[in-house]
Design a protein around this ligand. Structure first.
Ligand SMILES: NC(=O)c1ccc[n+]([C@@H]2O[C@H](COP(=O)([O-])OP(=O)(O)OC[C@H]3O[C@@H](n4cnc5c(N)ncnc54)[C@H](O)[C@@H]3O)[C@@H](O)[C@H]2O)c1
Length: 346
């Protein structure tokens, strides 16, 4: 049987282990898989674009396991009462092709995206970073805020969103988190001024300029999460020009990241090379660093395997008759028409 993990299973895992521990294990799992980067069969995701958004398939495999994620990005969805980003995915056995697990990935994507942001910031932000601006206060924002607080030591968050209700929601969720000071700001520039780290996680189907060169201060680390699709960016090209830019998987980031605005020979560094010591991360205190995040299939592969293991530890998950169980694998017909029953005439 294939195991089904629902949104309820994921929230039970978080209730049992605590969000900081789940995020910590996600960072460790993603880091471990990025360190063995050459072992993976990688490709840029397959995107189906339409007027309102995109639907994407994200496959990846190593010698033992294969995974894919289905994910959409529809910035106008919230006005219709739907999430901007919704996802599910499959983990399968490479040797036989058997789908081992079918899982929700909407909650899991928010956690793995925040974990990947932390993984990058550990390599790229100035040590001792304490203040973060968080621009875009929608569905992903709590996950980013709490991951940076618990795992990187951010103590002060400065928030801005064009929708004051989104900022009010984020303030409500973060109120009372010990050791975390949070304040809403009047503008992006106001939020960004003096921040060690700037996280942009907005959703708009356009070349937005959330961060402009005049806002960037020496030593800042910019975690650009929302620019992740052709024609959908957040950083002014001048911000990238003045920074050292780091990406997940370069062939995909050139198409989808803020990087899409730059010439094809604009230099970037893949994160796995920094993790494995093949390339430098931040080299001096005044350097401006950008993680041009778009979301790569390997992060979902790592997250699916971790959620499978945590569900197993807690006895969660439901057997799902996704593939027919056959006494004789050559007798598929028996699963459709059990022995002793007759096909009805039309
Ligand atoms: N890089 C990744 O791995 C990854 C993963 C998940 C989501 N994303 C992207 O992150 C973004 C946010 O996703 P979400 O699920 O939080 O979406 P959401 O729709 O729930 O929230 C987006 C927020 O951005 C705000 N916003 C839009 N334009 C703005 C602007 N100019 N200034 C300030 N705020 C603005 C909106 O008001 C909204 O509150 C999306 O673009 C999504 O595609 C990236």
């Amino acid at each position: 049987m294939t195991t089904l993990l629902t949104t309820h299973d994921i929230s039970r895992i978080v209730a049992a282990r605590g969000l900081p521990e789940v995020l910590r294990r996600l960072v460790a799992a993603i880091e471990a898989d990025f360190r063995r980067w050459p072992e993976f069969d990688k490709s840029a995701r397959v995107a189906s674009h339409s007027a309102n958004g995109v639907i994407e398939l994200m496959p990846i495999a190593d010698a033992a396991q294969y995974s894919f994620k289905y994910v959409n990005g529809h910035p106008g969805n919230t006005a219709l009462g739907l999430s901007t980003v919704m996802a599910f995915g499959v983990l399968a056995d490479v040797a036989t092709g058997r789908p081992e697990m079918l899982s929700e990935l909407t909650l899991t994507t928010a956690m793995r995206t925040a974990a990947t942001s932390v993984m990058a910031a550990k390599l790229l932000a100035r040590p001792g970073a304490r203040t973060m601006a968080l621009i875009g206060n929608g569905a992903q924002s709590e996950f980013q805020a709490l991951a940076f607080h618990h795992l990187l030591g951010i103590r002060e968050l400065r928030l801005f969103d064009t929708d004051p209700a989104a900022t009010a929601k984020l303030l409500r969720h973060l109120r009372g988190v010990p050791g975390l000071q949070v304040q809403g700001c009047a503008s992006i520039a106001d939020a960004v001024r003096g921040a060690d780290i700037v996280t942009t996680v907005t959703a708009d189907k356009c070349n937005a300029t959330i961060i402009t060169p005049d806002m960037v201060e020496p030593g800042m680390h910019i975690n650009g999460v929302g620019g992740d699709c052709p024609g959908k960016t957040e950083l002014h090209p001048g911000v990238l020009l003045a920074a050292s830019v780091f990406v997940e998987y370069e062939p995909q980031s050139r198409i989808e990241g803020d990087l899409q605005q730059m010439p094809a020979d604009f230099a970037v560094t893949e994160l796995w090379r920094v993790l494995t010591g093949l390339a430098a991360g931040r080299t001096w205190a005044g350097e401006v660093t950008v993680f041009d995040s778009v979301g790569f299939a390997l992060e979902d592969f790592s997250a699916l395997r971790l959620m499978r293991d945590m569900a197993h530890e807690l006895g969660l998950g439901t057997p799902l008759a996704l593939i027919p169980a056959l006494a004789d694998p050559k007798d598929l017909f028996a699963a459709l028409v059990p022995a002793g029953t007759q096909l009805r005439a039309a």
